[in-house]
Design a protein. Structure first.
Ligand code: NAD
Length: 434
């Protein structure tokens, strides 16, 4: 099928590349000329494992194109995806300005019957607003159908997730359009769930809110475990064995970040308020996560008293491993707090340093070698459990420090392993090793 994708971010680009790989004729459109320029030269503007190779293959096969031109990008498209950002507005709601602009752009440039598919995460009812905007701006006598098709990929494994997703949700009020979308996805062989538009929109927010709740829940259990002398890793394993609970998303640490959970939980609170419902539970989830980001900082303050003049290495700056995305990363909160206390901050990340420089406060010193970060530091913090960070930090801290002290925000090591080293080790939800 002839498919166009508006927005070449983590979702739009991965979707476009994967759809071209299963044989569709895909054009990816973005208003950012720098991104399109890079893409035209076969370079991905984002770090996502396996993406660039797959892009190169499909560009060569002549079924993957990039453009900034709406007329070029939308002409003849049978299916147009909206995959632009829906960032958090000041009041906590989802900012729909990019989505609505995309809707206008589509309406002004399509020239045949089209299905408009919303992949961006949007508040419940937004597809109806999109429909209204499109119908107001249509230039040609064409029929347009609307489908809500929320995205569940995870950054860091987005390509893998697109090919091996657990379900594809297709929300539509038109059976023919839903069937066409099912046919488009057929080569992925992923179960398709057909729902109403409103349910599809709600599924996305409910899924993210539930996952965020699981994380905040285990983090609260971790905080209590520390006080009562239990070990959160043993507790998580013990409860995760119960099929009703499941063992995923029970990793205690310094909280969730990224481009989705923080903004989507806030947006759902806002959506609830607008429906006169007070979502107490989700408000607590958000609050717990905010304070969880400071847990390592609190532990370091308790241990050292003042952090002024201390050099602290932050290992892993991205919000999670295998991505260069810095949105809502714990490194932002921690570097601000540490610099405020007159500590020196040395930042290291295997991939995200260039993006980190754009968002971390001035004053952070960067190094592109984990060895240098640990060597220069008085105190080491693990913020992101990159494979390299796990493999090297314990050994390097012992090697370079006379009295090694490690604060691990991702519980990268078992206490048994740590006890083999001569190190003071503080983690989350477990007793300290001294
Ligand atoms: P992103 O910020 O990485 O990319 C958005 C892209 O849209 C940018 O390249 C921007 O230049 C482009 N854009 C904005 N307005 C445009 C317009 N009018 N025409 C063409 N291009 C335009 O965003 P993302 O992380 O890919 O997220 C996109 C949507 O998908 C959001 O609603 C997000 O909540 C949702 N989502 C994201 C993820 C994720 O892991 N990132 C997962 C599931 C769902």
């Amino acid at each position: 099928m002839k498919v166009s994708i508006i927005g070449t971010g983590y979702v739009g680009l991965v979707t476009g590349v994967c759809l071209s790989d299963i044989g569709h004729d895909v054009t990816c459109l973005d208003i950012n000329p720098n991104k399109i320029n890079l893409l035209k030269h076969g370079k991905s503007p984002i770090y996502e494992p396996g993406l660039e190779e797959l892009m190169a293959y499909n560009i060569k096969k002549n079924r993957l194109n990039f453009t900034t031109s709406h007329s070029e990008g939308l002409r003849d498209a049978e299916v147009v995806y909206i995959a632009v950002g829906t960032p958090q507005a000041e009041d906590g709601s989802a900012d729909l300005s990019y989505v609505m602009q995309a809707a206008k752009d589509i309406a002004c440039h399509i020239s045949r019957d089209t299905i408009i598919v919303t992949k961006s995460t949007v508040p419940i009812g937004t597809n109806y607003k999109i429909k209204q905007v499109v119908l107001e701006h249509l230039q040609e006598d064409v029929t347009v159908d609307f489908v809500s098709n929320p995205e569940f990929l995870r950054e860091g494994s987005a390509v893998e997730d697109t090919f091996n997703g657990e379900r594809i949700v297709i929300g539509s009020e038109n059976e023919e359009a839903a069937d066409k979308m099912e046919a488009l996805y057929e080569p992925f062989r992923i179960p398709v769930l057909k729902t109403s538009i409103l349910s599809a929109e709600m599924i996305k927010y409910a899924a993210n809110a539930f996952l965020a709740t699981k994380i905040s829940f285990i983090n609260e259990i971790a905080n209590i475990a520390e006080k009562v002398g239990a070990d959160v890793e043993e507790v998580a394993y013990g409860i995760g064995k119960d099929g009703r609970i499941g063992d995923k998303f029970l990793q205690a640490g310094i909280g969730y970040g990224g481009s989705c959970f923080p903004k989507d939980t806030h947006a759902l609170v806002k959506i609830s308020e607008e429906s006169n419902h007070d979502f107490h539970l989700l408000k607590s989830v958000i609050k717990i996560n905010e304070s969880q980001k400071s847990v390592l900082y609190q532990k370091a303050k308790k241990r050292f008293g003042s952090l002024a003049g201390k050099r602290v290495a932050l290992l892993g700056l991205a919000f999670k491993p295998e991505t260069d995305d810095m949105r809502e990363a714990a490194s932002i909160t921690l570097s601000e707090k540490l610099l405020n206390d007159q500590a020196e901050v040395i930042g290291y990340d295997p991939i995200a340093i260039e993006n980190a420089k754009k968002v971390l406060p001035e004053g952070v010193i960067y190094t592109d070698k984990i060895e240098d970060a640990v060597k220069q530091a008085d105190i080491v913090f693990i913020l992101t459990d990159w494979k390299e960070v796990i493999e090297k930090t314990l050994v390097l801290t012992c090697l370079f420090h006379e009295q090694p002290v490690l604060f691990d925000g991702r519980n990268c090591y078992s206490l048994e392993e740590v006890q083999k080293f001569n190190i003071e080790y503080h983690s989350v939800g477990r007793e300290a090793v001294r």
